[in-house]
Design a protein around this ligand. Structure first.
Ligand code: ADP
Length: 168
């Protein structure tokens, strides 16, 4: 049984076995969660991301997939980088957003992580509507078989927190 909990705040201040980063496919950092993870986590994370690019992801990490690095200075053992889809009004990309949560949990299981913190993937720069993103996030985590004991959704602001609370 996985327990789902909600927190409002900065995911880089969370303590968990694994913290999920809403990365972009370059793995080289960006704004939002990604910027905060690298800023607070320090250069070790970026160095590992660069190595992953050189070895396995020369074309970038595909949307919907996830990969782990160590967590640098963060209060976590690993950062799991996942690439959310950009929201599109013309094309249903929700399977890709669901895949981010499922694949992140699969990577967490591979590492032996028992507590995982997720941000609201794709709801920032990638513009996914919050209510729909909350539905996909909560329903996917609930439907995924995993050894992870606690999943914490870390929502940056009141609006995102309310959307996730409503779905939970
Ligand atoms: P994406 O590119 O996948 O949309 P963003 O990082 O731009 O990712 O935003 C994802 C969500 O994370 C947004 O709801 C944003 O408000 C929120 N967010 C931004 N910074 C942080 C942070 N430090 N901790 C938790 N959530 C954050």
């Amino acid at each position: 049984m996985t327990t789902l909990t909600l927190v409002q705040g900065d995911i880089t201040r969370q303590s968990a076995d694994a913290i999920v980063n809403a990365a972009n496919s370059s793995l080289l950092g960006g704004g939002g969660v990604d910027g905060a993870v690298h800023r607070r986590g320090g250069p070790a994370i970026l160095a590992e991301c660069r190595a992953l690019r050189a070895s396995r992801y020369g074309r970038g990490l595909p949307t919907g997939q996830a990969v782990a690095t160590t967590a640098g200075e963060l209060d976590a053992r690993w950062v799991i980088h996942t690439v959310g889809p950009v929201f599109s009004a013309d094309e249903d990309r929700s399977a890709l957003l669901a895949s981010c949560y499922r694949e992140s949990l699969r990577v967490a299981d591979g590492l032996g992580a028992r507590t995982v913190a997720f941000p609201a993937v794709s709801t920032g720069v990638y513009r996914w509507p919050l209510e729909d993103a909350a539905r996909i996030a909560v329903d996917t985590v609930r439907a995924t078989e995993t050894e992870v004991e606690r999943v914490t959704f870390v929502l940056f602001d009141e609006r995102a927190h309310a959307a996730f609370a409503a779905r939970l």
